[in-house]
Design a protein. Structure first.
Length: 94
């Protein structure tokens, strides 16, 4: 068991190379995240993602509320236009 553990820790072993590659991949991903968020601290990156989710939910809620408002105002406008048309016809097309 000790021999296999020693060979796994050998700097030239496949397992060690895989671990190095994983580490490089993680570092590249973290660098890309830092570039995208403009934040250097890992904790700040995490906080940005957490607040981003809250912001997204708030925006979705606002979108639904605004859509209801648009629908309500569109309906109200349609009713007012109908009233205007009725008034035109009742006054002889003036």
């Amino acid at each position: 068991a000790a021999a296999s553990r020693d060979s796994a820790m050998d700097p030239g072993s496949d397992q060690m190379q895989e671990e190095r590659q994983k580490l490089e991949d993680y570092e590249e991903a973290l660098h890309a995240i830092k570039d995208a968020t403009g934040v250097d601290d890992v904790n700040e990156v995490i906080q940005k993602f957490l607040t981003q989710e809250d912001t997204h939910k708030s925006l979705q809620k606002l979108e639904k509320e605004n859509q209801k408002t648009v629908e309500s105002l569109t309906d109200e406008l349609r009713k007012v236009r109908l009233q205007v048309e009725e008034l035109k016809f009742s006054q002889g097309g003036v």
